[in-house]
Ligand binder design. Structure first.
Ligand code: ATP
Length: 435
């Protein structure tokens, strides 16, 4: 077995992520900032690939979803209307002895989980929104919030998008962007952080058709995770019971994944009814967040089916799911679709003809894919490094290349090797990546 067996999978993953340049602790040289992480060179590629796969699936491949990129700072009334000012709270308890803080709903019994003393305060409601001030004067009037979800940017733009794009209900609006929550207990690496990215889509439907659309989106979203390559037996739906349902929701299912630390939510699929649009009509004093159906002559406020996924959490899930240890190597079996680097290109040894042929392949491939060239060290070591980075293909030029213009293409997972003609390598890689 490679690696140290005493370490948990999560510990091994955290160290691999640092070693290979996926994730670094934010402001590390100053001791780090709790729960904040920086994406390194491989991390940013992986994250961009996940986002573009989501974007492609949700917008480009569909005829009924538009894109949006709303600002993070919004009018403070948005958050009154949405209910976040009054409702977006967690119950917080403090330990008077060790001064640590906990979410009351996450602890059992009267004792402090850190020091064991029964010196916990009563639970009080703690609002998770980050506050800041806009402009030079820090008074109540200048108070703004960092958005705790991207969804509200979509609601307030419903009429803008519908009119500009001449959309008929049903249609959806999709958005990827940062959200901020002052979580009481962030943790498990990037699973729960205070700054994160969401991939959200609000689908506007005629009331009465909401259950049907809810069912369709549930299936669609589960398929997304399967197509990301995640193990089917580690995915499940969790239906919210009446006590779990958010104030705005009529029905909610989470898609959950079995992490090393238990089953946890990856994405929420909610039937938010007309709650948000009605509230924005009310709080803004306008009534334009509604829809006029030209065919029936009816005006109604659409119901909303929301699919709300976390980008960072999806990335963590892909890493956890892909991590594998074999006798001789650690390998990240990431789907080629999202792997940060698609192929490593290597001359077997540093000989002129082999180097030139490898450089030539690299130059051609890099116009289409993220690829990596390396001629240092033994070929075995170079393969291992790429296995650990999740690179699905290794392309090597060798003695035979100089004789018959073919190269070896090695698959990461099976370690199977194929002989491919030099001038067909680009297309071969393209076909492979398309699956
Ligand atoms: P929880 O109950 O775990 O706090 P939630 O139900 O409030 O989460 P939603 O508001 O439904 O979460 O957010 C939608 C998605 O956004 C989640 O499924 C998750 O993927 C992501 N997400 C939410 N909070 C965080 C966070 N603090 N860090 C990373 N991702 C998050």
């Amino acid at each position: 077995m490679a690696g140290n067996n005493n370490e948990s999978v999560m510990e091994k993953l955290v160290s691999l992520c640092k070693r290979r340049g996926f994730l670094f602790q934010s402001s590390e040289i100053y001791g780090g900032l709790n729960s904040c992480w920086d994406y390194g060179p491989l991390g940013v590629e992986l994250k961009n690939n996940i986002k573009s796969f989501w974007w492609r699936r949700m917008t480009l491949e569909r005829e009924d979803v538009e894109g949006l990129d709303a600002s993070i700072l919004m009018h403070p009334k948005v958050w009154e209307a949405s209910g976040h000012v009054s409702e977006f709270t967690d119950p917080l308890v403090d330990c008077k002895s060790c001064k640590q803080r906990f979410r009351a709903d996450e602890i059992d019994g009267p004792a402090c989980p850190a020091c064991g003393k029964e010196t916990l305060t009563k639970a009080r409601r703690f609002n998770l929104m980050f506050k800041t001030h806009m402009g030079p004067v820090e008074d109540e009037a200048s108070l703004v919030f960092l958005r705790p979800e991207t969804a509200q940017g979509i609601y307030v733009n419903f009429a803008n998008v519908q009119t500009a794009m001449r959309r008929k209900v049903p249609f959806g609006i999709a958005q990827i962007g940062k959200a901020f929550r002052n979580e009481i207990t962030p943790g498990n690496f990037i699973f729960r952080t205070r700054e994160f990215e969401q991939m959200e889509m609000q689908f506007f439907v005629k009331p009465g058709t909401d259950d049907e659309w809810f069912g369709k989106w549930k299936e669609e979203r589960m398929q997304f995770y399967l197509d990301l390559g995640l193990a089917g037996d580690k995915l499940r739906f969790h239906e919210h019971g009446p006590k779990e349902l958010a104030h705005y929701a009529r029905a909610a299912f989470d898609i959950e994944y079995r992490f090393p630390f238990g089953w946890q939510e990856l994405e929420g699929i909610h039937n938010r009814t007309d709650f948000d649009l009605v509230r924005h009509n009310e709080y803004s004093g306008k009534t334009n967040l509604s829809y006029f159906d030209e065919q029936t002559g009816e005006r109604f406020v659409p119901y909303v089916i929301e699919t709300s996924a976390g980008c960072d959490r999806t990335l963590l899930t892909c890493l956890v799911d892909a991590y594998d240890e074999e006798e001789e190597r650690v390998v990240l079996r990431l789907s080629p679709r999202i792997a940060p680097v698609k192929a490593g290109v290597f001359p077997l040894v540093k000989k002129e003809g082999m180097v030139a042929a490898a450089r030539d392949i690299y130059e051609r491939l890099k116009k289409r894919f993220k690829v990596f060239y390396d001629h240092g060290g033994s070929i075995g070591r170079r393969y291992r490094r790429q296995d650990e980075a999740g690179t699905p293909l290794g392309i090597t030029t060798d003695g035979q290349t100089l004789e018959d213009n073919t190269v070896t293409v090695r698959e990461r997972d099976s370690m199977e090797q194929h002989r491919v003609k030099l001038d067909e390598v680009c297309d071969w890689v393209g076909r492979y990546l398309e699956g």
